[in-house]
Design a protein around this ligand. Sequence first.
Ligand SMILES: [Zn+2]
Length: 69
Amino acid sequence: MTEPGKVVPLRPERPCPMCGKPADPGHSPFCSKRCADLDLGHWLGERYRIPEGEKSGTPAAEPNDKDGD
Ligand SMILES: [Zn+2]
């Protein structure tokens, strides 16, 4: 027996990665803008914490093979 008009979702929405609540389609994959912002802030924070000052684009010393004239 089929029930016309009743749409069964293939699978439940994935829970919000931030708080575990059912994700909202408008803020997928989060449940709300707040969680999305929280995740974004977390992401930016992580990025800022990554030290990448070691590799300062210092150009290699030019080979001075033009010695003597
Ligand atoms: Zn959430």
